[in-house]
Design a protein around this ligand. Structure first.
Ligand SMILES: C[S@@+](CC[C@H](N)C(=O)[O-])C[C@H]1O[C@@H](n2cnc3c(N)ncnc32)[C@H](O)[C@@H]1O
Length: 228
């Protein structure tokens, strides 16, 4: 269950015939949200892949299959799934037990999907805090790439975040600057090749100046290359 500091539950973990989802406690705000990779858009993306010029591919620096990627902020697993379709071996860390439950459930369903299920065998979901997980990781298990997608602030003007992000924002709140700094430092100390941070297009860099960035229409990937 999701608890707010002042005791009111705004977002809950729910189980339906379909599986585990997250839902607003106020039913007027819509149906539960499930992690679901079975829709046509996801099937096409997973089957076709992203292409070598896509900014996500370029930001991750993936040129061949088998890159070990650790998604430190797995959420609903959408970025992890994009990395899977690039041929990465993905470890997805999620520290919220509610979000991890919904993600594991969606991944279990995706593994049984014709045509795309086999991709999900390269995804391991772990419920843990990436800050401590990374510091415990043996040298031989360090990932090539660590990916961080911190929670963006709620839009201030009329534009609303998509429903799945509203659920996360209301369940988890914004991470503190110290929390993000600790995650970034742990990632920088661990990644063999690079740390990639997703940011709003005009957002501030997480801590230090990135080695380079890739800009999309509304987001930016900041890339921090590891010292060799
Ligand atoms: C914006 S969401 C990520 C969305 C995700 N990239 C996707 O494609 O669905 C951020 C998620 O990271 C998780 N998170 C934040 N800090 C974390 C940490 N230190 N360790 C593990 N998970 C963390 C939050 O609980 C939240 O679910």
């Amino acid at each position: 269950m999701g608890f707010r500091p002042w005791g009111r539950v705004a977002v809950e973990l729910v189980q339906t015939d379909y599986g585990w989802g997250l839902a607003f406690a106020d039913e007027k705000r819509g149906k539960p949200y499930f992690v679901d990779f079975s829709g046509i858009a996801w099937r096409q993306r997973l089957q076709k892949g992203l292409g070598k010029n896509h900014i996500f591919t370029r930001a991750l620096g993936v040129r061949e299959p088998g890159v070990k990627l650790l998604d430190a902020t797995a959420g609903f697993g959408q970025d992890a799934a994009m990395a899977l379709c690039l041929g990465c071996e993905v470890t997805a860390l999620e520290r919220s037990k509610e979000v991890a439950a919904v993600l594991r459930d969606g991944v279990a369903r995706a593994m049984n999907e014709d045509g795309v299920g086999s991709l999900f065998k390269n995804l391991k979901v772990i419920e843990d805090d990436a800050r401590t997980y990374l510091l415990k990781l043996p040298l031989t298990e360090r990932p090539d790439v660590i990916y961080i997608d911190p929670m963006f602030s709620k839009p201030k003007k009329s534009a609303k975040s998509p429903k799945n992000m509203q659920l996360l924002q209301e369940l988890l709140g914004e991470p503190s600057p110290l929390d993000l700094e600790q995650l970034f430092d742990a990632a920088r100390a661990t990644a063999l090749n690079r740390v990639v941070v997703k940011q709003p297009l005009k957002g501030h860099a997480l801590k230090s100046t990135p080695s380079f960035s890739f800009k999309g229409q509304s987001i930016r990937y900041d890339v921090y290359l590891s010292a060799r």
